[in-house]
Ligand binder design. Structure first.
Ligand code: C6P
Length: 411
C-alpha cells in the first residue's frame, strides 16, 4: 500500500476486538498506549494459529512441525530486521526493551575499566538508568547526566560537556515516556562517535511511532519492545552493529547459543543466535512479525502523521484547561503522549475519575523517578495515543478532565 494513503482510524479500530468493549458502562477510550498498545485480530490470530497448527521448538527438531516453527520464527526475525533496515544477524530477540538494555550493559562489562564514563540523560526510564547506575557502582565507573532545560529538551551544552574523550558509552532515550520529547539521536550519535564512545538508543517509545532506520541514525545499539507496537508481550529486540555484537560476550549461556561444547570449552553460535540462549518466545516473535506487517501496511509515515495530529489536538484541548499543567515541550517537538497534572488533584484521582468514564490513562512516576524529582513532582497523569485513537476520544478526555476539575473544585 502506498505511504501517501491517509490513515483511517475508524477503519483501523475495527481490527481491534478489545475496542468494542465497555468499561464502567462507557465505550472504552484507551489512552494508555505508551504502557502497552492493544493488539489487532491478525496478531491474536497469529498466536492462535501457531499453537493450533505448528507448535514446536525451533532449531532443534527435524520433524515437520519443527521445520515450520523454525521457518516462521526466522521469518519474524527477517521482518523485524527489515523494518529498521538492519541486517538479519544484527537483530537479537529478547523479551523486552528492559532485557535488551540489560543485555548490552552486562555484555559490555568486561570492556570497561575504572573511571571510564557513561553518559545518560535526566529523562531516562529506569530501564535505561538502573543498569548503568549499577554497572557504574560495581565497576567504579562515572555516570554522567545530560541535563534537560525548562521545556524538557536536552541542553546542547550539557550534551557536549558530558560526552568527552573519557566517555565510553552514551545511552539515551529516543522519545521520553513522560515528556514526549523526541531527542536528536543522530546528532548525539555524531558527538559520541567524535569522542570514540558508542551510542545506545532506548527506542521503546520511538519505533512504534516514528520510522526508524538504524543505518541512517548510525547508532551502535537500539532497544525496543513488541508490545508497544501492536505485538504481544514477552518479545522485544536489540539491534547491534555486527562488529559490536561479534566482539561482545554472550549475556546468557545454555542451549541454542552454542556451536560446539566439549568437557573443556564451548564455541559460541553465529549471530544472532549467540545471544538467544534457551527456547525463545516463539509464538510472541511470530506475533511481532505480524504486527510489523500490519504497521507496514498502514505505513509508518502515516502512523507518525496521525499520532502527531492527535497529539497537537490533545495539546491544544488540554492547554485550554487552566488548571492543567503539561510537562515537556510544545506539541510540534513531541511524540504521541502528554503527561500532566490537574492543580490540587493527585494523578491517581485524575485516573480514577477518567476510568469511571471509560477512559484509560496512566498515573504515577512512569518508571522515571529521577525525572519526576527533577520536575519537582511525585506523579503525573499521562494520556498516550496510537493508530486507533480519534479526535472524538481526545474530546472525551478533555471533558473528563473538566469533570475532575469540577469534582475537586480545583482553582
Ligand atoms: N514504559 C510506560 O508506561 P519494557 O517494560 O521493557 O517493555 O519497556 C521499558 C521501557 C524502556 N524505555 C522507555 C522509554 C519506556 O517507556 C519503557 C516502558 C512503559 O511508560 C511501562 S513502565
Amino acid at each position: 500500500m502506498p505511504e501517501t494513503r491517509l490513515l483511517d482510524a475508524e477503519k483501523i479500530r475495527k481490527d481491534f476486538p478489545i475496542l468494542k468493549r465497555k468499561v464502567n458502562g462507557k465505550p472504552l477510550v484507551y489512552l494508555d498506549n505508551a504502557a502497552t498498545t492493544q493488539k489487532p485480530k491478525v496478531v491474536i490470530d497469529a498466536l492462535k494459529h501457531y499453537y493450533e497448527n505448528y507448535n514446536a521448538n525451533i532449531h532443534r527438531s527435524i520433524h515437520q512441525l519443527g521445520e515450520e516453527a523454525t521457518a516462521a520464527y526466522e521469518l519474524a526475525h527477517k521482518k523485524v530486521s527489515d523494518f529498521i533496515n538492519a541486517a538479519f544477524e544484527e537483530v537479537i530477540f529478547t523479551k523486552s526493551t528492559t532485557e535488551s538494555l540489560n543485555l548490552v550493559a552486562y555484555s559490555l562489562t568486561s570492556s570497561l575499566k575504572e573511571n571510564d564514563e557513561i553518559a545518560i540523560s535526566q529523562m531516562e526510564h529506569h530501564s535505561n538508568f538502573v543498569p548503568w547506575q549499577q554497572l557504574a557502582l560495581k565497576r567504579k565507573l562515572k555516570l554522567k547526566f545530560i541535563e534537560i532545560d525548562s521545556k524538557g529538551i536536552l541542553k546542547e551544552d550539557s550534551i557536549k560537556q558530558n560526552i568527552t574523550k573519557k566517555t565510553k558509552i552514551v545511552s539515551v532515550t529516543h522519545v521520553s515516556n513522560v515528556l514526549g520529547t523526541i531527542n536528536d539521536i543522530k546528532k548525539i550519535g555524531e558527538i559520541a562517535h567524535e569522542n570514540n564512545a558508542m551510542l545506545i538508543v532506548d527506542s521503546a517509545q520511538g519505533i512504534p511511532h516514528i520510522p526508524v532506520n538504524v543505518k541512517n541514525i548510525d547508532c551502535d545499539f537500539l532497544a525496543f519492545s513488541g508490545h508497544k507496537m501492536l505485538g504481544p508481550t514477552g518479545i522485544g529486540a536489540l539491534y547491534g552493529k555486527k562488529e559490536m555484537l561479534e566482539k561482545m560476550e554472550p549475556f546468557l549461556y545454555g542451549g541454542e547459543m552454542i556451536r560446539e561444547v566439549t568437557f573443556k570449552h564451548t564455541r559460541f553460535n553465529e549471530l544472532p543466535w549467540k545471544f538467544e540462549a534457551g527456547t525463545p518466545n516463539i509464538a510472541q516473535a511470530i506475533g511481532l512479525g505480524t504486527a510489523v506487517d500490519y504497521l507496514k501496511k498502514i505505513g509508518m509515515k502515516n502512523v507518525m502523521q496521525h499520532d502527531k495530529k492527535l497529539t497537537e489536538y490533545a495539546f491544544k484541548r488540554l492547554s485550554e484547561i487552566k488548571e492543567v499543567e503539561i510537562y515537556g515541550p510544545e506539541s510540534n517537538k513531541r511524540s504521541s503522549l502528554i503527561a500532566f497534572n490537574v492543580e490540587g488533584v493527585h494523578a491517581h484521582d485524575v485516573s480514577a475519575i477518567l476510568d469511571s468514564n471509560g477512559i484509560a490513562i496512566r498515573a504515577g512516576h512512569h518508571c522515571a523517578m529521577p525525572l519526576a524529582s527533577k520536575l519537582g513532582i511525585a506523579a503525573s497523569a499521562r494520556a498516550s495515543f496510537y493508530v486507533y485513537n480519534t479526535k472524538e476520544e481526545i474530546d472525551k478526555l478533555a471533558e473528563g478532565i473538566f469533570k475532575v476539575v469540577k469534582i475537586f473544585n480545583a482553582k
